[in-house]
Design a protein around this ligand. Structure first.
Ligand code: HEM
Ligand SMILES: *[C@@H]1O[C@H](CO)[C@@H](O)[C@H](O)[C@H]1NC(C)=O
Ligand SMILES: *[C@@H]1O[C@H](CO)[C@@H](O)[C@H](O)[C@H]1NC(C)=O
Ligand SMILES: *[C@@H]1O[C@H](CO)[C@@H](O)[C@H](O)[C@H]1NC(C)=O
Ligand SMILES: *[C@@H]1O[C@H](CO)[C@@H](O)[C@H](O)[C@H]1NC(C)=O
Ligand SMILES: *[C@@H]1O[C@H](CO)[C@@H](O)[C@H](O)[C@H]1NC(C)=O
Ligand SMILES: *[C@@H]1O[C@H](CO)[C@@H](O)[C@H](O)[C@H]1NC(C)=O
Length: 336
């Protein structure tokens, strides 16, 4: 009897314990079913990361700028209808032809090559939106930047949203307040604005996106006085007023292809390329937090790299399609 009681009470305890752990695990898991995880493809595509890495390595060997272009594709995907691969869809009225992307976003052929390699390794299980997230991480790593565990499990959207792309993506000509509002609209805060702007430590921009600063800035009859004067002179040669705006300059003049904190050192020295870069430090909109963060990141690359990683994971979490929403596209350019 005594033994039975004790065994009963132990069983009761165990049962309660299991019940409690179930509650504690299952309730959050219920909520978490909409969330991503780093081991999402562990059984369905165990070599996924290796397959993607190999393709990204080969694309960057072929053209070093591709690292920057792939990083930007993931950003432009996530800000429009969430990270759902919508930027990759072809057609007449798509995100590709929205103002922020047309003649500007690039790397679509590389994504096609990665998708083909991934489909050969594991057919029909890996989304194009996850491929964009992995390729962005790999591009940062291969440029000498930090690594992180990419969260996975996104599914692909069924529509491209051109109006959404025109509205949601930040322009290099808008105010800091407005840029902050666009990040806020996708649950990213001021730290994310500054850290993620550090993505401009690699890559190029066309004259069309900054030449307004070089000759007659905002009708003042003079260049933007927040730009270093030697840099103005140099860029006036790169972007003569007679050119079509398609020449390019490095976003980070110090180390163009290296993922480091020189972008922020440049801002402190008046050497940001885009107006939207330099206002993080020089704006008289008095958003002191952005100025402090620029100084902090310029002094301490470790803090920048770690904040950048946190913000990339946050950005990758913008409204993912999970469960049975969306689909796993067979071809990243068209819905199934
Ligand atoms: C804060 C607001 C931002 C604005 C206004 C902005 C604007 C721009 C513009 C105008 C260009 C040049 C496009 C062209 O030449 O046509 C560019 C390039 C680029 N952006 Fe941003 N951007 C922003 C944030 C970001 C973020 C969050 C990332 C990624 C984390 C990013 C990554 C890049 C990269 C890597 C390039 C170079 C792409 C290449 O060389 O192909 N940008 N951006
Ligand atoms: C795009 O428009 C052209 C002409 O208007 C049409 O022939 C073509 O089928 C359209 N393509 C798609 C993908 O809708
Ligand atoms: C397109 O994006 C806008 C936000 O900019 C959103 O309000 C709208 O619902 C989206 N449309 C579709 C079809 O997803
Ligand atoms: C932004 O959010 C992160 C957490 O994701 C937090 O650590 C940081 O302090 C926030 N920044 C601001 C300016 O609120
Ligand atoms: C600068 O632009 C303003 C208005 O956009 C114009 O009135 C002015 O004449 C221009 N100045 C020069 C030097 O071109
Ligand atoms: C730049 O080149 C594209 C084609 O690559 C062309 O359509 C465009 O008109 C050119 N000029 C500008 C300012 O984008
Ligand atoms: C960064 O360093 C500069 C001088 O080297 C200093 O004036 C500034 O206060 C520092 N800022 C931060 C946020 O650490």
């Amino acid at each position: 009897m005594v033994m039975n009681m004790s065994s009963c009470s132990l069983k009761g305890y165990c049962y309660l314990f299991i019940l409690m752990t179930n509650c504690m695990l299952l309730v959050p898991l219920g909520v978490r079913s909409q969330q991503l995880s780093s081991d999402f493809y562990a059984t369905t595509c165990p070599n996924l990361l290796k397959v993607v890495r190999k393709e990204v390595v080969s694309a960057i060997k072929n053209e070093i700028r591709m690292a920057a272009s792939l990083l930007r594709l993931h950003f432009h995907d996530c800000f429009v209808n969430g990270c759902d691969g919508s930027i990759l869809l072809d057609g007449n009225n798509t995100e590709k032809t929205a103002f922020p992307n047309v003649n500007s976003a690039r790397g679509y052929e590389v994504i096609d090559n990665i998708k083909t390699a991934v489909e050969n390794a594991c057919t029909g299980v890996v989304s194009c939106s996850d491929i964009l997230a992995i390729a962005a991480r790999d591009s940062v790593v291969l440029s000498g930047g930090p690594s992180w565990k990419v969260q996975l499990g996104r599914r692909d959207g069924l529509v491209a949203n051109q109006t959404g792309a025109n509205r949601a993506l930040p322009s290099p000509f808008e105010s800091l307040t407005s840029i902050i509002a666009k990040f806020d609209a996708v649950t990213l805060n001021i730290t994310d604005v500054v850290a993620l702007s550090g993505g401009h430590t690699i890559g190029l921009a066309r004259c069309a996106t900054f030449s307004n600063r070089l000759f007659n800035f905002s009708g003042t009859g003079a260049p933007d006085n927040t730009m270093d004067t030697a840099m103005v002179t140099d860029l006036q040669q790169t972007c003569p007023q007679t050119s079509d705006g398609n020449n390019t300059a490095s976003l980070d003049r110090t180390t163009r292809d290296l993922f480091d904190n020189n972008y922020f050192k440049n801002l402190v020295n008046g050497k940001g390329l885009l107006q939207s870069d330099q206002i993080l430090y020089s704006s008289n909109e008095a958003i002191s937090t952005t100025k402090d963060l620029v100084e902090l990141y310029s002094n301490n690359s470790g803090v920048f790299l770690s904040d950048f990683v946190n913000s990339m994971i946050k950005m990758g979490n913008i409204s993912p399609l999970t469960g049975s929403s969306g689909e796993i596209r067979k071809n990243c350019r068209v819905i199934n």
